[in-house]
Design a protein around this ligand. Structure first.
Ligand SMILES: Cc1cc2nc3c(=O)[nH]c(=O)nc-3n(C[C@H](O)[C@H](O)[C@H](O)COP(=O)(O)O)c2cc1C
Length: 430
């Protein structure tokens, strides 16, 4: 079974990891460095004033994610669709590497938790996956950023989704666990929005095998994570933020719930995973899990060939979708279906299957040559959009959505087709 640290070792061996030669400060420098090396994994063996090493940009591209899973880039979305349809219960084992060390006297200040940017409210845990248990609904996994406000206290951003519901059902106080240094299948499972009551660890286990161990508070966590924490979400509320969000802009300060951490477990020489806010790794983890839902929704109205939630659109607000067009209405139907498949989507471009949705210049070419705004543009005003869009109406948070049908008309198609070049090997002429 492959683990987070196995992958780190592999990246080092294959010279795909930038290994820092000097100790780095967790105060702004570590995040600044990760930003300057976007797309390239970074290993910081020594972080000043901390007891552990840090890694970042680990799963910052689709290539890195597919390499971990041992598949090609094109197989990622189909694998995610298959895993959603075939969840499998992980095996519970007696003990595992994450239990190698246990500390009841938690001091978060000894961990390489960065202050990422100058206006941040404090040091932030950015890669934490919270695991919660409800008597009837079972297990839930979700990401929650956590601002450190004491040796064993954090304030966590909790949007009104499943964890929020679990807390309400528990009367406002909930025992949870969270892990740091989780493998990509667990990270992806925390990012998907399954139906309430679906155990997301089963989805993780369907992507790649997961074994779990039970912590003292009864919560099961993946046995091969680098760190696992036991904590209690309390009724205490505290200012959370500012913090850079997915859009690369600062999120505002809000009152959010405080968690008290009672125990920390970690592997020997544990690695702290830093997830750069608004960086490529954050983006790919947010956007990619929505691609299968767009794919499935479009497939129910026409034939979908590819979906790319693009980093330029913050990996949340923009998508490029290719279809195999069989009727003139397919482009417009696909626009509606894409919005249904990802509620936060703001702009979508539909192209034919001869366009590579992963190549933005190719998508732009289709818009330039196949699209007429008076005929092919769909504008939807006053829509419920993403809470992350800084340009949404400040009062209502409503937004205007736009769909571009950049597919060729079926009739007279030849006028729009890409010209073919003879394949000539340049080496024959040099
Ligand atoms: C890197 C990353 C960070 C995230 N941070 C937060 C967060 O701080 N608070 C939050 O409520 N959701 C956050 N999310 C979103 C949730 O993890 C995600 O929407 C998940 O699907 C919610 O799970 P649920 O559907 O089980 O409620 C984040 C997602 C990613 C990928």
């Amino acid at each position: 079974m492959r683990t987070f640290r196995d992958f780190i070792e592999q990246l080092k061996e294959n010279d795909r990891m930038a290994v820092l030669k000097r100790p780095v400060s967790r105060n702004l420098d570590l995040a600044g460095l990760m930003h300057s090396l976007e797309g390239r994994p970074v290993f910081a063996p020594e972080v000043k004033d901390s007891d552990f090493a840090a890694v970042g940009n680990v799963f910052s591209t689709r290539e890195l994610i597919s390499d971990y899973l041992g598949i090609s880039k094109g197989e990622l979305v189909p694998l995610m669709v298959k895993a959603t349809e075939n969840p499998e219960k992980p095996e519970l084992v007696e003990t595992g590497p994450v239990l190698e060390n246990t500390d009841d006297d938690v001091n978060l200040h000894k961990l390489p938790i960065p202050v990422h940017a100058e206006r941040d409210g404090g040091p932030y845990i950015s890669s934490a996956v919270v695991i919660a248990q409800d008597r009837e609904l079972g297990r839930n996994l979700s990401f929650h950023r956590m601002m450190v406000i004491g040796n064993n206290k954090v304030v966590m951003r909790i949007l009104p989704r499943h964890l929020h519901e679990f807390i309400e059902r528990a009367g406002g106080v909930l025992e949870v666990a969270f892990v740091v240094g989780a493998p990509i299948n667990v990270l992806l499972s925390a990012a998907v929005s399954s139906r309430l009551g679906q155990d997301e660890l089963e989805y993780a286990n369907a992507l790649a095998p997961v074994k779990t161990v039970r912590l003292g508070n009864g919560i099961e966590v993946p046995a091969h994570c680098e760190f696992a924490f036991e904590g209690r979400i309390t009724r205490e509320m505290h200012d959370e933020g500012p913090f850079i969000d997915l859009t690369g802009t600062y999120d505002i300060v809000r009152k959010q719930p405080v968690m008290e951490i009672s125990r920390m477990h970690h592997r020997n020489n544990a690695l702290w995973h830093v997830l750069l806010p608004g960086g490529l790794e954050h983006k790919v983890l947010m956007g990619m899990p929505r691609e299968p839902t767009i794919f499935n929704e479009i497939n129910s109205v026409c034939e979908c060939r590819g979906v790319n939630i693009t980093p330029g659109g913050c990996s949340w607000l923009h998508a490029a979708v290719s279809i195999k067009k069989k009727s003139e209405e397919d482009g417009k139907k696909a626009i509606e279906a894409a919005f249904a498949g990802h509620k936060s989507l703001k702009h979508v471009v539909i192209v034919d299957e001869d366009i590579d949705v992963d190549d933005i210049a190719d998508v732009e070419w289709a818009v330039a040559t196949r699209f007429q705004a008076d005929r092919d543009l769909v504008v939807k005003e006053n829509q419920k959009g993403s809470s992350l869009d800084p340009s949404a109406d400040p009062e209502t948070r409503k937004t205007t959505k736009m769909g571009l049908d950049a597919t060729m008309p079926l009739e007279g198609k030849t006028a729009f087709e890409k010209a073919e070049w003879k394949k000539v090997d340049a080496r024959d002429y040099r």
